[in-house]
Each structure stands twice: as C-alpha cells, then as structure tokens.
Design a protein around this ligand. Structure first.
Ligand SMILES: [Zn+2]
Length: 310
C-alpha cells in the first residue's frame, strides 16, 4: 500500500541564492499536518529508486554524467542552470521516487494522491534543462506502465512553461497523451505535446480557464486510466519567471475544474507541484496548498455523489 501523500526531507536541498524556492516543500507538508489534520505518519517517505527504474526515463550516459557532476557541482549550471551537488542529486532522486509512489497510491485508491514535490518537466532523457535534473513525471509513468500495467495515461501540464522534456520523452509512447497549457512567449524551446495551447502574454483568469475547458474536453476523450496533473504555480500574476496573470482565485477554479473532470468520473488524479517563483514564497505555498484542498474536496464530493461533482 502506498500512502497518498509523499514527501521527504531530501526535497529541501540547498540552492543558495537560486530563484527556485526549495523551502516550499516542507512548508506545504507542514500545512497539510497543521491545517488539514493529516498525521505525519500518513505522509509517505519515498524509498529510493533502483537504477533500472531511473533508466526508464534517462539514458545511462546521462545518469553517469550527473553522478560525475557531484564532484564538481558548479558544472550543473551548464547542464540545468543550478548546482549539482550530492545533496541536490539525491533530492531529485527522492522526488522521482515520490512521484512513483504517488502514482502507486492513485492507482490503488482510484482517487487523489500527490507528491508534495516533483514536476521536473524540462529534463530530457539525455540531458537536464531549466532547473530539472531528473524527469520524475516520465520515470513515474514509465514505472507504472512497467510494474503495474498502467495503460492509457494523460499528462496535463499547467505550469507556465511548456513541458518540453516530458513531451519529447513520451512522444513515441502510444499509451501516453501529453497536454500542455503555457505562455507561448516564454522559455523553453517548445517540443510537440499531443495537445499544446500557448497563451498570449498576460492572459488572465478568463482566458486561461477557457483554454483549460478546451483542453479538459480533449483529455477526457482519451479515456485515461490515470491523470498526471503537473500543477505548476507559476502562471501566477506575481510570478517572476512567468508572464500570465492568473489570480489565486483563478488557481482554485483551475484546480476545481481539473479534479472535477477526472475524479468525478472515477479517474484517479496524481498531482505533482512543478514551478512557482513569486517574490513571496508563501504565495507559492498557498497555491499548492489550495490545490491539495481542492483535490480532497472534489474527491469527497465525488464519493458522495459520483456523477455530480462539477
Ligand atoms: Zn515553470
């Protein structure tokens, strides 16, 4: 049995002075305990993955290169724009393990589960990119496909940046459908997802949610056995690396619609966090926290009344 929440102290490695807010993981976990009354022992501590499992998402040459980099952490800046120390790499391994375990929990419970970390969608099979060393989404889905017979799966990536690494890694997998809604004029160099919706700069709640409705219809039509929800916090109006204008309330509505479209139809949803670079770390934590709250709320509603949860 997998626990439906996954988190590890290893997620909070140190990238001093970096824009990536690594403190958000522990703060989110603490809020689940303090505000939602979730006991610490119901939050799983992911077991390290073996190399064969990591090889489902990455080449041996790349994994070896990352290991070698830990002796010269500064080289990580050339690989994925951040240092790659032993602590950092172990943090990425832990987050990949967390996504595998959260997918396990989602498939077992047929409900909502989340990794309180993960979402490193810019890592390619053969290279790191954009703060991402290990693509936990790809490793997680491939592991579920290999070990638990996962069939049709949809990745819905709502980070402000396109899920380029994920799209590339899964492009030849017929069982996987990738969908990304992102800011068109922003990092990265785009790859082709099965469905891409690139929004104009400064698109706000209304435009964003209209695009989401279109995407949800297409994603639902795939009839998936699992939705992997990459719940990025960086479409936020105050994000420093994003140029969309989603409000905190807009995020709540976004999450409600995503969970409603799948949990309400009996399709498990597994969420990972991805990006979020607001000046105030507590805003990023708040966006992730309300995503977890919405998932729980919609799941409870769906259980009580399976066909009327939207
Ligand atoms: Zn992002």
């Amino acid at each position: 049995m997998f626990k439906r929440w996954q988190w590890s102290e290893a997620y909070g490695f140190s990238w001093e002075g970096h824009v990536f807010p690594l403190g958000k993981y522990a703060r989110l976990k603490d809020r689940l305990v303090a505000e939602l009354g979730i006991p610490e022992d119901e939050i799983g501590r992911p077991e390290p993955l073996d190399r064969d499992t990591l090889l489902l998402g990455h080449t041996a040459e790349y994994l070896d290169r990352l290991e070698a980099m830990t002796a010269f952490p500064e080289q990580g800046w050339y690989e994925f724009e951040a240092p790659c120390s032993r602590e950092v790499l172990d943090g990425f391994y832990a987050m990949a393990a967390g996504t595998v375990a959260a997918i396990g929990a989602g498939l077992e419970s047929r409900g909502f589960a989340a990794n309180l970390g993960g979402g490193f969608h810019h890592a390619f099979p053969w290279k790191g990119e954009g703060f991402c060393a290990i693509n936990d989404i790809v490793v997680g889905l491939q592991a579920a496909h290999r070990d638990w017979g996962l069939g049709r799966a949809v990745v819905l990536d709502l980070d402000v940046h396109q899920g380029n690494g994920t799209a590339k890694a899964l492009e030849d997998e017929e069982w996987a459908f990738t969908c990304s809604i992102h800011q068109q004029n922003n990092y990265p160099i785009k790859q082709r997802s099965d469905l891409d919706i690139g929004l104009e700069d400064r698109a706000g709640d209304e435009e964003y949610l209209a695009a989401l409705d279109r995407a949800l219809e297409v994603c639902r039509a795939q009839d998936p056995e699992l939705l992997l929800y990459v719940a990025g916090a960086d479409p936020y109006v105050e994000d420093r690396l994003g140029g969309l204008d989603l409000s905190i309330e807009g995020f709540a509505e976004r999450d409600r619609r995503v969970f409603g479209a799948f949990l309400g139809e009996g399709v498990p949803v597994v969420a990972v966090l991805a990006g979020g670079y607001a000046e105030k770390e507590e805003d990023v934590v708040e966006i992730h926290f309300q995503m977890i709250q919405e998932g729980i709320r919609v799941e409870n509603q769906a259980k009580a009344n399976p066909k009327d949860c939207r």
